[in-house]
Write a protein that binds this ligand. Sequence first.
Ligand code: C5P
Length: 413
Amino acid sequence: MTDPEAGTLSGRHIVLGLSGGVACYKAAEFARALIKSGATVQVVMTEAACAFITPVTMQALSARPVVTSQWDARQPNNMAHIELSREADAIVVAPASADFIAQLAQGQAGELLALLCLARPAERVPLLVAPAMNREMWAHPATQRNVARIVADGARLLGPASGDQACGEIGDGRMLEAEELRDELIAHFQPKCLAGRRVLITAGPTFEAIDPVRGITNLSSGKMGFAIARAAAEAGAVVTLVAGPVHLPTPRGVARIDVRSAEQMLAAVLPLARSHDIFVATAAVADWRPAATSEHKIKKDGTGATPALAFVENPDILATVAHLPVAERPWCVGFAAESHDVVRHARDKRLRKGIPLIVANHGPSTFGRDDNALVLVDADGERELPRSDKLRLARALVAEIAARAPRAARTVA
Ligand code: C5P
């Protein structure tokens, strides 16, 4: 499997600042994740950070000498704070200790890391700060004041998360994990083509119960829908994801509603559709469900007789949303998973469902896989998005949707 994040940060130069905290060990993993995503990383460490992890480790991972002092004579002009802050595409401080955040809030410049944050050209070089500290330190009014100050001054907070802490306590203040930080940074650099728009997405299969232990479902993994949810959130949208039964982690920043059957999916979608600007139906909704669900497990009776199952048709969620009154209707995107004549069937389906855009793919060769190939079918014709991993495809699709979907009156400010 190819790493979907490989190359996502190619050409980006990140200054990774470490201040003092146990979470410095996660910064080593974070540096590695950034390099694997294609970024170049210049590590800058405070004196306190060097008490937790050695510059040798960070140098080995970043393949560059670590800078720890503003008096570092290796800089030709001896102005490390200027050089380092000018060449960065972003400065990320991870971990950011309570003390370091206080320094930032006050504009102190006693150590190189604080100095280069102060010296950065703020309009061009974003400052992202990942706090890491004990929960009492995080909750202290002084820290909260300082955090509010640095945010007002233009810094962006990454986390913190809640959970077990190195000190043995449980609460807010944990630094995000290395992969979460990497994903936040990748999201930071994505074009904000859906900023302010609300996107509703269905994903995964549905499960139609026969009895309490059996049911009918299909091979949809939900991966495409979850990738679209992530890509839409990265593009600045407010995203609601209605998911059938799948075991996938919820993309960061996405509101998720879990459902099981097609009827439950419709019940979740319908009240939300009116408050969303765009609806992307990727779910492989079961066409039929058993006419009746047995309250108890259906047992063999020893005669060899088989149960007679009768079916009824499920509601078509996409068509129902697409036929809401115009003022209440989001801009609808459907998916068509076909086994043959993919584009012809997709064209017919787009007209039948009454939607502006349908995304065709070859069902049997995509279900459960990490890659896919898509054909976009709209009133103007077809456009192919060639085979790629689902996250890259989702980002491309989100850009296509953003370019087509009109900005509705309901768009949030
Ligand atoms: O009709 P068909 O299942 O081929 O159409 C596929 C498209 O319609 C997908 O976008 C799917 O999410 C949506 N759909 C739906 N409700 C159904 C059946 C399909 O929303 N009951």
